[in-house]
Ligand binder design. Structure first.
Ligand code: NAD
Length: 261
């Protein structure tokens, strides 16, 4: 499953699932662009670590995924620095939980921008190069929430359903160009995004930390276990391989059986 000489960009890869995807792609020999927020020294440690551990080129672009101009500039930066972009993983995402009638309007707009529109802007900018080279892989990190809903997550669920629809449309448009577009849909993965929503959920539902973990999060996951970031990253690597050239427009669940129920 070598991805040697491929050039990849993973949005939201300074933490959690995105960082694991960047590592897994680098481990297969792909050069990588990492992106996301965080403390500069920590990001540089991750970037330099990818180069040292896997012998690939790794660069960082701090584009804000809520800003279309910065997204387009980041794709150009990646193409100029690495000589092209073969793999685009749209992974950046945020969460906010609130009853719909109290949902702050700025949070709605921010979630739609970062979790959905950023994928459109990145795909729009990256597709011409992929088409010209007749090879490309677009993988969007959707969620079980691209298939089913949970209360208090109106913006997130709307954005993730949108990601699934965008993925299918792009797959059809690119089907004869050697470019696939798929999404991966994890259930609950133990990352900062999940950990950070515990306090809000405790407050909104009047539960303890343990009750949120066991009765809200893992209640939906028949295996009663969190997905790991490495498991999600392995699926992304597979989708980027030549073995997966006939998988396009798919929404692949990795949710411990959640959406089978
Ligand atoms: P995380 O909080 O660990 O990582 C999110 C990443 O996105 C970070 O690198 C952060 O800096 C970056 N980011 C946030 N806002 C940004 C912005 N405006 N511009 C650029 N980067 C920005 O979260 P995670 O759990 O690893 O989530 C990654 C993706 O996986 C998200 O799309 C999320 O919706 C999805 N997902 C997560 C889970 C889960 O249980 N953790 C489940 C299903 C789907």
């Amino acid at each position: 499953m070598s991805l040697k000489s491929r050039r990849a960009l993973v949005t939201g890869s300074t933490s959690g699932i995105g960082l694991a995807i960047a590592k897994a792609l680098a481990a297969q020999g792909s050069d990588v662009v990492i992106n996301g927020f965080g403390d500069a020294a920590g990001i540089e440690t991750s970037r330099a670590g990818l180069e040292a551990e896997f012998g690939v080129r790794a660069i960082y672009d701090g584009a804000d995924m809520s800003k279309p101009d910065e997204i387009a500039a980041m794709i150009k930066h990646a193409e100029d620095a690495l000589g092209g972009l073969d793999i685009l993983v749209n992974n950046a995402g945020i969460q906010f939980v609130s009853p719909v009638e109290d949902f702050p309007i700025d949070k709605w707009n921010q979630i739609l921008a970062i979790n959905l529109s950023s994928a459109f802007h990145a795909i729009r900018a990256a597709v011409p190069g992929m088409k010209a080279r007749k090879w490309g892989r677009i993988v969007n990190t959707a969620s079980a929430h691209s298939l089913v809903a949970s209360p208090y997550k109106s913006a997130y669920v709307a954005a993730k359903h949108g990601v699934a629809g965008l993925t299918k449309t792009v797959a059809l448009e690119l089907a004869t160009h050697g470019v696939t577009a798929n999404c991966v849909s994890p259930g609950y993965v133990w990352t900062p995004l999940v950990e950070n929503q515990i306090p809000d959920t405790m407050k909104t539902r009047g539960l303890t930390r343990e009750e949120v973990i066991n009765n809200v999060m893992l209640v939906a996951q028949p295996t009663k276990q969190f997905v790991t970031v490495e498991q999600v990253a392995s699926l992304v690597v597979y989708l980027c391989s030549d073995a997966a050239s006939q998988i396009t427009g798919a929404n692949l669940s990795m949710d411990g059986g959640w959406t089978a129920a």
